[in-house]
Design a protein around this ligand. Structure first.
Ligand SMILES: Nc1nc2c(ncn2[C@@H]2O[C@H](COP(=O)(O)OP(=O)(O)O)[C@@H](O)[C@H]2O)c(=O)[nH]1
Ligand SMILES: [Mg+2]
Length: 461
């Protein structure tokens, strides 16, 4: 019966799978939590002016429901909202895998056909949270172990990777790749390589292009699995027999099995079932860090986007087919800039995506870019500086107990030259979530979340 209902919902297009991705700390958990909160508490219609079903008074109510996919962990909205709405409010704990939540949205339909059957209808929205890092693995499918190793070796020729990879590279130098593989050596090599990736990720380096994606974001099912115990090599031995038991041959086998059992599996089991996608990017973090961090993030995001391109017209499509018809790219944490900087932030994101986001690549997919804040933690304010009125933002810094007012810097329209990324040019500070008097009386404060909802779901009602 459940399966039958599931099919009916799908055929009447009353079900939509909305996938949320982005690199770690880009704001996925907070975005989904706020989105669910907006819908659960959104009846009065004033806080989502651009989401027409709400502003037009057609929303009857929303309920969280048991999810349809039993093999995916549940998105813990209950935990996240408890933290965000606690006193004092705190940010939800970081997550590192895939999760899902189903919402049933009851609404008055405008569709004359559906109206005949029933004036009140239900749209089931399955929201899936998954790490953008997993999409960085797509290029591996087209690379041999040797080709991939060569790419990593090249990346490690320049700073900061050159210094950060030193311990791992020195260990590789001690190994005889033609000698028989042992579990201890494989484990040690992969551990040192994984440590290197984690160091790259530290805020002061802020690197994003880290492969394989599961080494830093294993997800619950793969933590500590032998499948993750390999690493690229900096030099390759000449010969390789098919029954070779050498370290080199074993590394290569594990790389191939990672591609087969992890990368392909993800595309087949999850990616191809998504209807709509939002890709979140914390563009401002790169500004705070360095030019190298920015370039790495831009390359990583563009690599993530290749999954959608290949899904529509390339090799993924040939294997599995992809349904996604709308993609929204969003610059998150837009409450870190003054309101007059929002257009610049959107423009800058468009610029970052310029190589991927064109019609030729996204055949038949509608795309849009937006700057948003899922939870607005700052207020716009004004201050005078040398007799001039300048706009600033006011909020509670993440590590303080007194509100601060600051001018965080202008978001440039074009990518600054490498020499222009000087220390202290930007102060995109992290803030605590706001304390609210009546957290369940209305949706959480946000910036442009209603526009995101209208783009992603508006046409489904
Ligand atoms: N000011 C502000 N900070 C945010 C917002 N969304 C996320 N953050 C910050 O970014 C961090 C990471 O967010 P999270 O949703 O856990 O990222 P995820 O790893 O992509 O799931 C949070 O702990 C907050 O510090 C937002 O809308 N506004
Ligand atoms: Mg998360």
């Amino acid at each position: 019966m459940a399966l039958f209902n599931e099919r009916i919902n799908r055929s009447l297009e009353r079900q939509v799978k909305l996938a949320v991705t982005g690199l770690s700390r880009s704001g996925k958990t907070v975005f989904i939590t706020s989105l669910v909160h907006q819908l659960l508490h959104g009846l009065e219609g004033t806080h989502l002016p651009f989401f027409q079903i709400v502003s037009g008074g057609r929303l009857r109510g929303t309920k969280a429901m048991p999810q349809p996919d039993m093999h995916i962990p549940t998105f813990r909205y209950d935990y996240a909202i408890e933290q965000l709405c606690g006193d004092p409010p705190t940010w939800p704990k970081p997550t590192n895998g895939i999760s899902e939540i189903r919402l049933a949205i009851r609404y008055f339909t405008n569709n004359p056909l559906l109206k005949l059957m029933s004036p009140v209808n239900t749209l089931y929205v399955d929201i899936i949270d998954y790490p953008g890092e997993w999409l960085l693995d797509l290029p591996l499918l087209e690379l041999t172990y040797e080709q991939w190793s060569e790419q990593i070796a090249r990346l490690c020729e320049t700073e900061p990777r050159l210094s950060l990879s030193q311990a791992w590279r020195e260990f590789l130098d001690t190994l005889d790749l033609t000698s028989e593989a042992t579990d201890t050596t494989l484990r040690q090599a992969s551990q040192l390589y994984t440590d290197f990736l984690h160091r790259c990720k530290e805020p002061q380096y802020g690197l994003s292009l880290l492969q394989p994606g599961r080494f830093t974001m294993p997800g619950e099912d793969l933590k500590g699995a032998p499948l993750l115990e390999f690493c690229p090599l900096l030099q390759m031995p000449e010969e390789l027999d098919s029954d070779d038991k050498s370290l080199y041959a074993e590394m290569k086998r594990r790389y191939e099995s990672y591609k087969e059992h992890v990368v392909k599996k993800f595309y087949k089991e999850h990616f191809t079932h998504f209807d709509r996608q939002i890709v979140l990017a914390d563009v401002l973090r790169a500004f705070n860090t360095s030019y190298a961090s920015f370039v790495d993030m831009r390359d990583a995001i563009n690599m993530v986007l290749k999954s959608f391109h290949y899904g529509k017209s390339g090799f993924i499509n040939k294997w599995f087919g992809l349904k996604i018809d709308k993609i929204l790219f969003a610059a998150t944490k837009a409450d870190h800039v003054t309101p007059n900087q929002l257009p610049n932030l959107e423009h800058f994101l468009q610029n970052m995506l310029a190589t991927s986001n064109n019609n030729a690549i996204f055949e038949g997919v509608q795309t849009e870019t937006l700057a948003l804040a899922a939870v607005k933690c700052t207020q716009a304010a004004y201050t005078t500086f040398q007799g001039k009125k300048i706009s600033c933002i006011k909020g509670m810094p993440i590590d303080g107990n007194k509100p601060v007012a600051l001018f965080p810097g202008e978001v440039p329209l074009e990518v600054p030259m490498p020499e222009e990324w000087i220390d202290g040019r930007f102060h995109f500070m992290e803030f605590k979530p706001p304390r609210l008097a009546n957290v369940h009386g209305s949706g959480l404060p946000h910036i442009r979340l209603d526009r995101a909802l209208e783009f992603l779901l508006g046409d489904k009602f």
